[in-house]
Ligand binder design. Structure first.
Ligand code: SFD
Ligand code: AMP
Length: 627
């Protein structure tokens, strides 16, 4: 076996991931841990300052309720999420996040984040719930607070450690194992409670950007389904695994559209000039009541555009020049003011990209795009798993302790596995939390996890023989390469093994063609999904033949194994839900309509680690009374 030193770390609370929700967990848990003499340990596969979805920064805070200014109530937010997710959301979780999110935003501001303000000192809104920020350093600011909190409580941070597997003691999570992405070291983290916050998943489906463009995607290429893998393999019940997210973005560099639609009030049109949201309005009747209420759900907005593309009316365009002109027109009678406004709009248009998707600014420059002169192409991206945005996939977690919710079996945000908590993209059915809500959810999850440790935490019971077995399994691709690579002169062609990229492309081909990817125009059916599962048997069989020539490739091998499990949960749940509820995310051609009688419910799944079997179940949707 590859000669990796084993490093053991014993802690009370283990935080897996270093993104927005992890930083929230760390900030809050460290405070309560210090009071109780407990240790907090955080492990990130990357460097905390620039890891996760917010690595490059963001141009807006997408969840701010504004309770202190009487702008909205938490109940308003619950209604908004219910509407956007076509009726399927865990309202207890959404409410819990909504009532904590404003204070998180105020903390961000205190820590140094620049939130735009107007002449009266009020926050500048992009839309009803969104605030404009100078967000290039957003992640660094939030990470700094987390680091300070952990240091103050005497905790530890491990960077560049890739977490692979959970450690289990029956239906209890007692830690995790992983390896350094820089040194030959295998890590065993033993913990009384663990929080999974390793983000969502990209490149499960074949991306639009392939070949030389591979790596470009809307979702960050470094989040690869580790939260889903970790919770599924722990035996946790999962929810909304069918609810993938497809954003519409500026084509090929994936620049954000929110500021254009909401702040600039721009229209999107087909190549023939029709505004699909107006031309295809009638289609919304088929998706009542959600299609007929405002705001129109993100998936339905996508769907109307996709219908134009299906009808051969593409490409689609964002009418940037028209929108900028309309805003500037208000200053027509004041030539100096007009000139100033035009300059301001131009700089806002570019800054929107420079804050978070720099490559879109490069692409505009390369294609000679001047947004004030010419419209710009937009398109639906490939599907992603991101439960914190407009998707909903994640673990099924316990509701807040002080709310009378039917979904409660212990501590807030604990999964159905004892001692295993989830937040951010890792927790399901609580969409539209975004960066701020993920941090807020992290905060109360951290507090609940410490409470669990104080009340129930026992020393982790670790089976050392099992750890040795897992270590051998994790390092096996390195051994396989050493054993067989001499057999051929070209390392990528070998009858004894396959490499991560070949494996990943096979996974993506199956997902793309059978599970409703770009090539299949986001359509699938029972027969296609069943065929995908047949091919998965072979794919998983061949995963035992993965080979890696260095630590980097070993990480890629395991990232792709994580994707496979996210993919399988997705296929099984789309197969289980015999209706089409989120056209624009996916369309089941054999069950093309929404069926509220049978499917106004959560579709949950669980992998049983003891038997290796998957169980599917329906769970009722509960609405907060009076909301
Ligand atoms: O509008 C392992 N989001 C936006 N939110 C906003 O508030 N405003 C915006 O402007 C947003 N935009 C946006 C957003 C997301 C993306 C992808 C884009 C644009 C392109 C949403 C937020 O970013 C999102 O809700 C939060 O970041 C979610 O937080 P969290 O904690 O669930 O995930 P993370 O921040 O990505 O962090 C994941 C961490 O896990 C680590 N990790 N560590 C160890 N072992 C492993 N195996 C691991 N796998 C992953 C990562 O390194 C990272 O630290 S807008 O344009 O849509
Ligand atoms: P996006 O850049 O598409 O991620 O959008 C940022 C925020 O604006 C998210 O909260 C979206 O749900 C919201 N949003 C984007 N476009 C629209 C739209 N056309 N109507 C309503 N909300 C939108």
């Amino acid at each position: 076996m590859a000669n990796f030193e084993t490093v053991e770390v014993t802690t009370d609370l283990l935080i897996l991931g270093g993104g927005f929700s992890a930083c929230g967990v760390a900030t809050e848990a460290a405070y309560w841990a210090k009071k109780n003499g407990l240790k907090v340990t955080l492990v990130d596969k990357a460097a905390l300052d620039r890891s996760g979805a917010v690595a490059m920064g963001l141009s807006a805070i997408n969840q701010y309720v504004g309770v202190r200014d009487g702008e909205n109530t938490c109940e308003d937010y619950v209604r908004y999420v219910r509407q956007d997710l076509m009726g399927i959301s865990r309202e207890d979780l959404v409410y819990n996040i909504a009532r904590h999110v404003d204070s998180t935003v105020h903390l961000f501001e205190k820590w140094g984040l620049k939130i735009w303000t107007d002449e009266d000192g009020k926050y500048v809104h992009e839309g009803r719930w969104q605030l404009m920020i100078n967000g290039e350093s957003y992640k660094i600011i939030v990470a700094e607070a987390a680091k300070n909190a952990i240091a103050d409580a005497g905790g530890e941070i491990f960077e560049r450690i890739f977490i692979v597997e959970p450690l289990l003691d029956g239906n209890k999570c007692v830690g995790a194992v992983g390896f350094s992405t820089r040194e030959e070291k295998f890590y065993v983290f033993k913990a009384k409670a663990t929080v999974a916050t390793m983000g969502g998943a990209v490149h499960v489906f074949r991306p639009r950007s392939v070949g030389e463009g591979f790596g470009r995607s809307w979702y960050p290429p470094f989040n690869t389904g580790s939260s889903a893998y970790f919770t599924i393999r722990s035996g946790a019940e999962m929810t909304c695994q069918e609810v993938r997210f497809i954003p519409v973005r500026f084509k090929d560099a994936y620049g954000p559209v929110g500021a254009w639609f909401l702040l600039f009030k721009s229209r999107a049109i087909s190549a023939e000039g029709g505004e699909y949201m107006a031309v295809r309005k009638e289609e919304l009747n088929n998706w009542a009541p959600y299609g007929l209420a405002k705001p129109i759900p993100a998936n339905l907005r996508n769907y109307l555009g996709m219908l134009d593309v299906d009808a051969g009316l593409g490409p689609l365009y964002m009418e940037t020049a028209e929108a900028m002109q309309k805003i500037a027109d208000a200053f027509k009678d004041d030539p100096k003011g007009y000139k100033k406004k035009v300059k301001e709009l131009e700089s806002e248009a570019w800054e929107d990209f420079l804050d978070m998707t720099i490559s879109q600014a490069h692409l505009w420059a390369a294609l000679n795009v001047k947004p004030e002169e010419k419209h710009s192409e937009i398109a639906a991206c490939e599907p992603y798993f991101i439960g914190s945005h407009s998707g909903a996939s994640g673990a099924w977690v316990s509701g807040p302790e002080d709310m009378d919710t039917p979904y409660k079996w212990g501590y807030a945000n604990m999964t159905t596995v004892n001692g295993l908590f989830a937040a951010g993209d890792a927790s399901g059915a609580s969409s539209h939390k975004f960066s701020s809500g993920s941090h807020a959810e992290g905060r109360f999850t951290g507090k609940a996890a410490i409470k669990y440790i104080v009340e129930k935490g026992a020393d982790p019971n670790i089976d050392n023989a099992k750890v040795d077995e897992i270590k051998a399994k994790i390092l096996a691709p390195l051994d396989r390469y050493t054993e067989f690579s001499g057999f051929t002169t070209e390392p990528s062609v070998n009858p004894n093994y396959l490499q991560w990229r070949q494996f990943m492309e096979r996974l993506q081909k199956i997902m793309d063609e059978y599970a409703g990817g770009v090539t299949a125009a986001f359509k699938t059916s029972k027969s296609n999904l069943e065929r995908a599962l047949e091919l998965f048997v072979f794919l998983k069989e061949d995963s035992e033949k993965l080979a890696a020539d260095d630590i980097y490739s070993l990480e890629r091998c395991w990232e792709n194994m994580h994707r496979v499990w996210q993919a399988e949960a997705h296929i099984r749940t789309m197969l289980f839900r015999e209706e089409t509820r989120w056209p624009g995310y996916y369309f089941r051609s054999d069950t093309p309509k929404m069926d509220d009688v049978n499917w106004h419910c959560f579709a949950n799944c669980r992998f049983d680690p003891a038997t290796g079997e998957w169980e599917m179940s329906k769970k009722d949707v509960w609405n907060i009374p009076g909301v």
